[in-house]
Design a protein around this ligand. Sequence first.
Ligand code: ATP
Ligand code: MG
Length: 140
Amino acid sequence: MQIFRTLSEEETEKIGGRLAVSLKGNEVIALSGGLGAGKTAFTRGFCAALGVDDGVSSPTFALVHEYSGKFPVYHFDMYRVTSWDDLYTTGFFDYMDSGILIIEWSENIVEFLPEKRINVAIETVSDNEREIRIEGADRL
Ligand SMILES: Nc1ncnc2c1ncn2[C@@H]1O[C@H](COP(=O)(O)OP(=O)(O)OP(=O)(O)O)[C@@H](O)[C@H]1O
Ligand SMILES: [Mg+2]
């Protein structure tokens, strides 16, 4: 387990970037934390470090956004996805192993995720402070 504290959105983006550059290209990243924790900010920095130049935003309505950088990145938002059937409908299982899957609100579907994954839990400490716990990644 690695624990980071950040004091701004930019710092959280940077941690996302550090995780991204440590990967091989087929990982599942499970983001958790409440509303406004910084999951999209983390993903933005993550994607930027892989050379994605599209804008990164929460795929709340689309459920998944696809980006292409050093690896394909599939960015999910499971805010409204809570059952296996819903998850199946997003195409989640078809995307596995064809790129990196990075998942906001992963707590909603955690029981369906592969055991081999990287967990990133972001906790809001105060207005601008976040604690980011990363489990299952190489030393960043
Ligand atoms: N240390 C920090 N790290 C990340 N975001 C921060 C930090 N401090 C303040 N913020 C603010 O918190 C908000 C995080 O928003 P973001 O969209 O990334 O959250 P989210 O977890 O994706 O939310 P949602 O569940 O609505 O998708 C932004 O408004 C950002 O400016
Ligand atoms: Mg978000």
